[in-house]
Design a protein around this ligand. Sequence first.
Ligand SMILES: Cc1cc2nc3c(=O)[nH]c(=O)nc-3n(C[C@H](O)[C@H](O)[C@H](O)COP(=O)(O)O)c2cc1C
Length: 196
Amino acid sequence: MSTENPRVADHPANRIFLDRWSPRAFTGEAMPQSVLFTLFEAARWAPSSYNSQPWRFLYATRDSAHWDKFLGLLIEFNQSWAKTASALVFVVSETTMVMPGKDARVPSHSHSFDAGAAWGSLALQASMLGWCAHGMVGLDFERARSALHVPEDCRIEAAIAIGKQGSKTMLSEMLQAREFPSPRKPVAEIALEGGF
Ligand SMILES: Cc1cc2nc3c(=O)[nH]c(=O)nc-3n(C[C@H](O)[C@H](O)[C@H](O)COP(=O)(O)O)c2cc1C
């Protein structure tokens, strides 16, 4: 399944960046663990402050005993479409880190930034393999912390629904209207020479 992609780059960039997008219609097919682990492998090589690698990925595939629990942690709107994903992943980051040559854990300034870089790599790797990764913050963070036994010094960043793109006819009319690769602000608006 593919959708016509109206995205146009302002400046030459590799096509993988324009081809990645976040559909909500998924086929619900099984995802081989080897593919899922390839996505985690891509995430693993992301850069992080002091190479602290604060990201953790809690996952459930749709054929596993964990699936219903993971799906139930999303808000109803996200459950309504993510129920046909092949895997659900919660991205968590450690908020403290050990500086090189030290023993004590200290607060990390960049744990979320680092985990964001890792999720970005995961999403691009998924897209390159013909899968789609759709980020979500629409979830019950308090229940997720308890149900997934997330330690106190970790932040739940977001969840990800991963699947193969399905037919948008399976979605409500409202969601069908939003099922296309979205545009972006121009580079001139986001890159500011010399400061704000
Ligand atoms: C951290 C994060 C949280 C998001 N939360 C949701 C969500 O809860 N529900 C949803 O339908 N989409 C969610 N999205 C998808 C975004 O709306 C989408 O990435 C954005 O509109 C850009 O579209 P694209 O990913 O197709 O390029 C989220 C994306 C990210 C990165």
